[in-house]
Design a binder for this molecule. Structure first.
Ligand code: HEC
Length: 140
C-alpha cells in the first residue's frame, strides 16, 4: 500500500515545481494540501484543455472566466515565488486570455496558442516541472 502512495506522490512531484525541496514522510503525504495557486493552475489546465476541444470543434467558448483573475491573489506554496517577474507574467497571461475571448473566432487558434505560450513563458522562469504537460495544450 505504502508503495503505491509513494508512486502517486512521485508522479505528483513530477508535475509540480517543488521537486527537490521535499523529503517527505508518509504522514506528510496524507496531510498534503495543494496551495490555492496550485489548485488554480490545475483548474486552468483542465479549463484550457476543454477550450482547446471547443475551438477544434468550432464551438462557442463562452466568456472570459473571471476566476482566472485570482492568479493575482492566490496563495502560493512558497510565497517568495510571487516576485515582480511573476506579476509581470501573470498580467501578460491575463491580457492574452482576455484577447482570446474578445476577438473574433477566426483568430481563436492563434490567440489560444498565444495565451498558452504565456503560461509557458512564466513557467520557464518560475516552475519548469509542468512545461511539457502545458505544451500539450497547444493547437498544432
Ligand atoms: C505568472 C506565472 C504563471 C502563469 C501565467 C501560469 N503558471 Fe502555472 N504555475 C506557476 C507557479 C509559480 C506554480 C506553482 C504554484 C504553487 O506551487 O503554489 C504553477 C503551477 C502549475 C501547475 C502544477 C500545479 C500543481 O499541482 O502543483 C500546473 C499544471 C500549471 N501551473 C499549469 C499552468 C497552465 C496550464 C497555465 C496557463 C493556462 C499556467 N500554469 C500559467 C506559475 C504560472
Amino acid at each position: 500500500m505504502k508503495f503505491y502512495f509513494r508512486l502517486i506522490f512521485i508522479a505528483f512531484l513530477f508535475a509540480s515545481c517543488h521537486k527537490k525541496e521535499k523529503n517527505t514522510t508518509s504522514s506528510e503525504l496524507v496531510m498534503y494540501q495543494p496551495s490555492e495557486m496550485a489548485s488554480l493552475m490545475n483548474t486552468m489546465y483542465y479549463m484550457n484543455a476543454d477550450i482547446k476541444k471547443k475551438i477544434l470543434n468550432n464551438e462557442n467558448i463562452g466568456s472570459f472566466p473571471e476566476r482566472y483573475l485570482t492568479i493575482h491573489t492566490a496563495k502560493l506554496t512558497d510565497n517568495n515565488d510571487r516576485t515582480s517577474d511573476f506579476e509581470k507574467f501573470s498580467l501578460k497571461y491575463i491580457d492574452n486570455m482576455k484577447l482570446l475571448y474578445k476577438e473574433n473566432p477566426q483568430n481563436q487558434k492563434s490567440n489560444f496558442n498565444k495565451a498558452v505560450q504565456s503560461c509557458i513563458a512564466c513557467h520557464q522562469t518560475s516552475c519548469r516541472g509542468p512545461i511539457s504537460r502545458i505544451k500539450k495544450l497547444l493547437i498544432k
